[in-house]
Every structure is written in structure tokens, then in C-alpha cells.
Ligand binder design. Structure first.
Ligand SMILES: Cc1ncc(COP(=O)(O)O)c(C=O)c1O
Length: 228
């Protein structure tokens, strides 16, 4: 397998640490464990501190799944906990990796969107997120890129790096299109609910969409370990 160099991570390794003000970060303010624990009741704090560090259930701890289900207004069975949005992307690309398959992705986009399928030798097709169009998606362009070998169409709203969103009506239309063609619609919503304009609804309300969410952005809990 050939993974092309992750230029963003290389740039971050050089410039993202040991600086006072990071205007380019994708997460918010940084929590300390003490800061988080101070939000909890004494009983919750004790439960956390006495939690046994062991393998969890494969789908994720029941309490966590129930809390996510509640937040996303879906059933608990619809929730699968993985290690960050990155692992979710990897799993979905593996699932798409059938002989002759193609996937439809935004351009520009978060670099692993394209690097992962490329490494798995899946054909990548791109719809443009253009400045002239206020970085909005063009539904017709996306639909025209898809054919009978398209396994997955990925959307990202709010979009990294532009912050543009996909309207509820656009999402409904794309969902109808993908569902009727048995194409997996994947909605990367790691920046939901951080909006610079009008908030849009999560794709989790749609029966055939897979939504990727994480703790790094909206909750500033990327948890990567000690930083300066
Ligand atoms: C659009 C997008 N998707 C996925 C990820 C990966 O998220 P995680 O840190 O949860 O693996 C990022 C990280 O910046 C991102 O910007």
C-alpha cells in the first residue's frame, strides 16, 4: 500500500506547537482534565476516577452510545463508536474498496478524504467547491460524477477548509439520489454545530446516510496527549 505524504500533518508538526496564538487550529480552547472534572458532580467525578481502563464493548460503551443517540436523535443501534473521525473514514473507504469502485469527494477537502481511497486503489472523482459559488456544492455536478460503480459520495458540512454548509434541501435531494442508486452517502459533520451562518440539520435524520462526528472539534477534546 502506498500512502502519499500527509502534507498537512507535516506542516502541523513544524508550525502547530510552541506558539502563543494559533489562528489556524481546527479545535477550540484546550481543556485540562481538572477543568472537565470541575464541571461534574461529586458522584460523576468519583465514577470517572474509579473507571476501570479496559476494552470496551465493540460498538462502544453503552452510556456513551446512548448519549450520542440522544444528541443525534437516532436509535442506540445506529451508533458505532470508533477512534476518531479518522478511523470512521478508514472503515468507510475499506467498505467501498471493491474492484472497479469509485468514490465522489469534495475538492478541496480534508486531505485523507482522497489519500485513503487512493491508497486502496479506489478511483477518486471530485466535485469542486468553488469560491465563485460561495463554496457551495453543485448538486448536478455531483450527480453527474456518479455511475453504477460509485460506492460512496462524501459531503463535508460545515466544510473544511471553507466553512460552507450544505442546505437541508440540498441534503434531502442528495439523499434521495444516493438511496435510489444504493450509493453510500457519507456526511462528515465533525464541525457541526459550529456555524458562521445559518445552522443546518444533521444528516443523521436521514435513514440511508452515515454521519461521521467526533470529539475534537465541537467539544475541543482531541485528546492527543501533552501539548505545550
Ligand atoms: C473534515 C474532517 N474530517 C475528519 C477529521 C479527522 O478527525 P479526528 O480528529 O476525529 O480523527 C478532521 C480533522 O481535522 C477534519 O477536518
Amino acid at each position: 500500500m502506498q500512502l502519499r505524504p500527509f502534507l498537512l500533518d507535516m506542516w502541523l508538526a513544524t508550525y502547530d506547537h510552541d506558539i502563543e496564538f494559533n489562528l489556524a487550529a481546527s479545535e477550540g480552547p484546550r481543556w485540562t482534565l481538572n477543568g472537565i472534572l470541575s464541571l461534574a458532580s461529586e458522584a460523576e467525578r468519583q465514577r470517572f476516577l474509579n473507571h476501570k481502563l479496559a476494552y470496551s464493548r465493540p460498538a462502544g460503551a453503552e452510556g456513551l452510545r446512548a448519549a450520542i443517540a440522544d444528541m443525534q436523535d437516532v436509535t442506540v443501534d445506529a451508533v458505532q463508536v470508533v477512534t476518531g473521525a479518522s478511523e470512521a473514514l478508514l472503515i468507510l473507504m475499506w467498505l467501498a474498496a471493491e474492484p472497479g469502485a469509485n468514490v465522489v469527494l469534495p475538492q478541496p477537502g480534508y486531505p485523507p478524504f482522497s489519500a485513503l481511497p487512493e491508497s486502496l486503489r479506489i478511483e477518486t472523482r471530485y466535485y469542486a467547491v468553488r469560491k465563485e459559488n460561495n463554496f457551495r456544492i453543485d448538486l448536478e455536478e455531483i450527480k453527474q460524477l456518479a455511475d453504477r460503480n460509485t460506492k460512496l459520495i462524501l459531503i463535508n458540512s460545515p466544510h473544511n477548509p471553507t466553512g460552507a454548509t450544505i442546505s437541508d434541501a440540498e441534503l434531502d435531494s442528495l439523499h434521495e439520489f444516493t438511496a435510489s442508486r444504493e450509493i453510500q452517502l457519507v456526511s462528515d459533520e465533525v464541525f457541526h454545530p459550529i456555524y458562521h451562518g445559518q445552522a443546518t440539520k444533521s444528516a443523521s435524520r436521514l435513514p440511508h446516510a452515515t454521519v461521521i462526528h467526533d470529539f475534537s472539534k465541537a467539544f475541543p477534546l482531541s485528546g492527543c496527549g501533552p501539548v505545550g
